[in-house]
Design a protein around this ligand. Sequence first.
Ligand SMILES: [Zn+2]
Length: 333
Amino acid sequence: MASYLYILSRPHSGSTILDMLLSHSREVFGCGEIITGLRLRHRKWQCSCGAEMAHCPFWSEVRRRVEAAGVDWEDLAEAHLRQSHKFDLLATFRACRDPGRAPARFQKLARFTRCLRDVIAEVAQRPIVLDSSKTPSRGLFLFRFLPDTKIVYITRDPRNILASYWWRMPINDTYLVQRRPYHGPLRWLAAVEIGILWTLGNLLNEAICALDRKRAVRIRYEDLRDEPERMMRELGAFLDIDATPVIAAIARTAPLKRGHLLGGSPIRIESEARFDPNRELKRAPPPTALRWLVTAICWPMMLRYGYPLRAPRHPRTVGGPEHSGTAAPNSAE
Ligand SMILES: [Zn+2]
């Protein structure tokens, strides 16, 4: 019997690295951001195994079996994409009050999702299908219409999210500067947007998890970074899985499994990606004024999550010398 596991988070909060870490267990199969993969299915979109999505042996076999079960793949993709969009959030909230009498399109999507979940589990030979699409709308739908779904909600200090965006800005490697005029002297506006969306997004994610606290758990990226073994033990207990292989992979700083992640951070397609808690320390932090600007916007929720308002410019170094030489990806996308 397959079950669905969903990672809910703001962007740049560690969802891909958590997906890759959990994939080291014997029970979980990480799919990355399924929604992103379905959205880009017609382009030369790369699976984490290195193959284009259309030629990846895993996803080709999944598609073949889904279609053999009588589900049209394009229909399945369109239904997923429409519902996962933020504009469908309200309709999903309204429809969820009585799932038995939900609109036909939600019932159809639930059928599609169960089919996709079962086929992925069958091909992967793992009982838990992990989707790290992150979006609230998708998380809400899964929580309501697939009652066995569990959610891991990962938060991150907004100043660290700002730093993750900051180093990408000069290379245009972030949606924040690709889609908006945050260049040159207007870069500070990006910090305002990050702060506002972080607060609103976390309030929304909290509301979704509050619908059933037994099936949702909230963790902080900083705890995963600083105490990965403890966090994996706790997640293992929540998910009812054996976290030993994950903890062993972290302890030996082994390359992370690339698997067949459809979407997520570029870390997923790096050949020697490792879990390196200190990676973010090696990059130049954003200006202090911008950090305070984010803090001024986000302080109520930061206090709720236990983030000190006067945080050090750099988080503390984690681990001993054995970590310091590790060539590794940014651990936080
Ligand atoms: Zn693949």
